[in-house]
Design a protein around this ligand. Structure first.
Ligand code: OVM
Length: 395
């Protein structure tokens, strides 16, 4: 079968502002579409995105999960031992982190994070309840609880957001968004890397736990700081835009908010449904380790493949009424956290943050409504927000 070609640029500002029409075009054009301007192959249907995510042997991560191919180009920072690695190298760091930030270890944070969420929402309501939910809730809550949980000092935490923003831009092509971040990235990187040192990390935090795993021989002393760096890289912007997504979803779907208030135990399902609906991480690349035939079209060995998680999560072949944010559906199986070997190791942290914040809000707020025009933030990988003005009505 002949592979359809597209001259679309998924990373241009029109598509970053509203990717839905491009996603539909790519899904309908065929199982594989060649993106001519980047000489890469796009997968946008659920079935094929899922298949690529779970086939790490043929769709490798070790040559980078951005457009740049590490076989030919030097990465802008030393590669992640988790994200940009394949078995067997990938496995020890993954095993260590899975345990440190797994559901059992997070249990001890539940009460503290619930109290922090209660305090933040009380403060917001005492201030009148009209605010920009992006800085006021979606950034404020993760920045309040996550760096403490990792164990980094208070000083300089504001660097985490622009560092992550540039990192996620850098998975895309070297366009204006990357150029905008370039002047600051050396300084931001130096700060992030300095936070990964053993003597900087507070006892009892995830970072100290990673170094303790190195002491037990589960990681080398060279690996430990890079595993800490993964937490600081992947753990902030993703949750900020995930929380923004769920707040926007509720502000624009009042019946679903009522449903959550009636049944607060739906908070976790609500967050996963928002991750499906919005897909805060929109895309990742893989590299073909061999010629791969997908539904009759052949992707050549060495080619980059762009997986559209956001398009898969709204594929009508897989989801009924996919554009609806609906607490009544079962969102499990969504690929917003990826799937397979690399599936988001931090997803339990994200869910705990979201459940803490949504529960605090559901207990106190009868209605959430938009109080002005919302604004997107453009990023080559993230479906991101600049501003979500909201009004919270106290119960
Ligand atoms: C990492 C990393 C960075 C960005 C994203 C990510 C979504 C991981 O440094 O390991 O996963």
């Amino acid at each position: 079968m002949l592979t359809p070609d597209s001259d679309a640029d998924p990373f241009d500002h029109a598509n970053l502002e509203d990717p839905g029409p491009l996603h539909e075009k790519l899904r309908e054009a065929g199982p594989v579409v060649r993106l001519a301007r980047y000489d890469t192959y796009a997968l946008a249907r659920y079935e094929h995105v899922h298949a690529a995510l779970t086939d790490w042997q043929r769709f490798q991560s070790g040559a980078g999960v951005g457009l740049s191919n590490f076989r030919y180009e030097k990465p802008w920072r030393p590669p992640s031992l988790l994200l940009e690695a394949d078995p067997p190298h990938h496995d020890a760091p993954r095993r260590v982190l899975t345990k440190i930030i797994g559901p059992r270890s997070l249990h001890r944070l539940r009460d503290r994070w619930a109290a922090e969420a209660d305090a933040l929402v009380d403060r917001v309501l005492d201030g009148g309840g009209t605010l920009d939910a992006v800085p006021g809730l979606a950034e404020a809550f993760p920045l309040r609880v996550f760096p403490d949980a990792v164990g980094i000092p208070a000083e300089g935490r504001a660097n985490l957001l622009p560092y992550g923003d540039h990192l996620f831009n850098a998975f895309g092509p070297p366009n204006d968004l990357v150029a905008q971040g370039n002047p600051r990235i050396a300084g931001l990187s130096a700060w992030v890397n300095a936070q990964c040192a053993r003597d900087v990390l507070t006892p009892g935090g995830f970072g100290a736990d990673i170094w303790a795993a190195a002491d037990r021989g589960e990681l080398t002393g060279e690996q430990a700081p890079l595993v800490v760096r993964s937490l600081l890289s992947a753990g902030v912007d993703t949750t900020v835009h995930g929380l923004s997504a769920v707040l926007y979803a509720f502000a624009t779907n009042p019946a679903q908010w009522q449903r959550l208030r009636d049944q607060p135990s739906l908070a976790r399902v609500a967050f996963d449904e928002a991750v499906r609906w919005e897909s805060p991480v929109q895309t990742f690349f893989r590299t073909a380790t061999t010629d791969v035939t997908v539904d009759g079209t052949t992707i050549p060995e060495g080619a980059k493949i762009l997986m559209f998680l956001g398009a898969a999560n709204r594929d009508p072949r897989r989801w009924d009424d996919p554009d609806r944010f609906d607490l009544g559906r079962d969102p499990s199986g969504h690929v917003g956290f990826g799937m397979g070997l690399h599936q988001c190791v931090g997803q339990h942290i994200a869910r705990l943050e979201a459940a803490s914040l949504l529960t605090a809000l559901a207990r106190r707020v009868t209605r959430l409504e938009l109080a002005g025009p919302v604004r997107r933030h453009h990023n080559n990988t993230l479906r991101a927000w600049r501003s979500i003005p909201i009004r919270l009505h106290r119960s």
